[in-house]
Design a binder for this molecule. Structure first.
Ligand SMILES: *[C@@H]1O[C@H](CO)[C@@H](O)[C@H](O)[C@H]1NC(C)=O
Ligand SMILES: *[C@@H]1O[C@H](CO)[C@@H](O)[C@H](O)[C@H]1NC(C)=O
Length: 345
């Protein structure tokens, strides 16, 4: 969790804007009432397109993406075809993995995250393509060497096989150097006013039971680059504080929370504690006083967090120093009001 804060902090101080186009595919077996194949496209962390094995077509989300599709229906057609093609491929992948790992039953999940990032100041492009299986990193493409990296022994067979598929590797390379950044730039152009807006969230204090942590929950903010912390007086506190992930809302905004253990805070000290929310530009903070009367306790059944279906997995990549770093990437889809909290550590 701390790495996330550091990551956000570094975003916070940097003025360059990095745009991203990310595709997430989740193929599953053994989960009833959930489509065996779900695909999502995110621009700057915002869901702009969706498809799954029950609707059987790609759907644009958000008005500006619908506008783009209206002008270029072929674009949607491409996605719909990819969606159905990948469905076959991923079903075959998951079946062959299960077979190889002697897994006959139970829930299994095979995921891919791929896409590219574009720094609009330096024009630098970074591509990525990585797979996870049952919540763990499985295999990733190293675009420098055009070879697959297998962090786990069970992926080595796949690596050796995929390394021989030269046309696919070349196709990947071309995709990450050309098509992905072209499309990302096109999306950023269409979505400019939406993607460049800044919106402050509404912030509330929530507590499940009297002995639970007090959660300061912000929802509806944009962009994703934001920070939240607890402070005592003027000083940020770390002890007894738990930072939550930033999660996307279905309307293209984000939510996050930061929790505070209040068990050792004396009643007369309460008023010295504030929860602070800061959007990336730091222009306007939202300060919420720790106040017993302001804490909502009846959010258990209908509260905002339970409306989420979150899928995610750890993505790992080599940074410039050759180190492998990991981020947790959640994907949410409100189409399915099931709570599928697939947390993977
Ligand atoms: C799967 O089962 C076969 C036969 O029982 C065995 O030889 C093989 O080592 C097993 N593979 C794994 C990955 O456990
Ligand atoms: C809060 O802190 C106390 C004292 O350190 C600890 O015993 C308790 O388990 C913590 N509560 C939660 C919900 O983590």
């Amino acid at each position: 969790m701390n790495s996330l804060c550091l990551f956000l902090l570094s975003c916070h101080v940097s003025s360059a804007v990095k745009h991203s186009l990310k595709y997430f595919i989740t193929a599953s077996s053994g989960i009833s009432d959930f489509p065996e194949f779900v695909g999502a496209a995110l621009v700057d962390g915002v869901l702009v397109g969706y498809c799954d094995s029950s609707i059987r077509r790609a759907e644009p989300k958000l008005d500006w993406m619908k506008e783009l599709i209206k002008k270029d229906p072929q674009h949607l057609e491409w996605y719909t075809q990819k969606c159905s093609g990948n469905q076959q491929v991923f079903r075959a992948n998951i079946n062959s993995l299960k077979k190889r790992l002697n897994q006959t039953e139970g829930v299994h999940i095979f995921q891919r995250m791929n896409g590219c990032e574009w720094d609009d100041e330096t024009d630098k492009i970074t591509g990525f393509n990585q797979y996870g299986y049952d919540g763990e990193d499985f295999i990733a493409l190293d675009l420098q060497t055009l070879t697959w990296i297998a962090p786990k022994p069970q992926a080595v067979v796949t690596k050796l096989q995929w390394d021989t598929e030269k046309p696919r590797l070349e196709h990947n390379k071309n995709y990450y150097i050309n098509r992905c950044p072209d499309w990302l730039k096109k999306y950023v152009k269409y979505g400019r006013s939406f993607l460049q807006r800044s919106v402050l969230p509404s912030v509330s204090l929530l507590q499940r039971t009297p002995s639970s942590l007090v959660s300061c929950h912000a929802t509806g903010f944009y962009p994703e680059r934001a920070m939240m912390f607890w402070r005592r007086g003027e000083e940020e506190i770390h002890e007894g504080v738990e930072h939550g992930e930033i999660l996307p809302n279905h309307d293209g905004s984000f939510q996050m929370s930061v929790e505070l253990n209040i068990s050792s805070i004396k009643p007369e000290d309460w008023r010295r504690y504030d929860c602070v929310f800061q959007l990336y530009d730091g222009k306007e903070d939202i300060i919420t006083k720790l106040d017993k009367t302001a804490i909502r306790t009846n959010w258990g059944e209908t509260g905002p967090l339970l409306l989420l279906a979150v899928f995610g997995f750890f993505i790992w990549r080599r940074n410039n120093n050759g180190e492998i770093t990991a981020d947790f990437t959640p994907i949410m889809n409100l189409e399915f009001m099931h709570v599928v909290l697939y947390v993977l550590t």
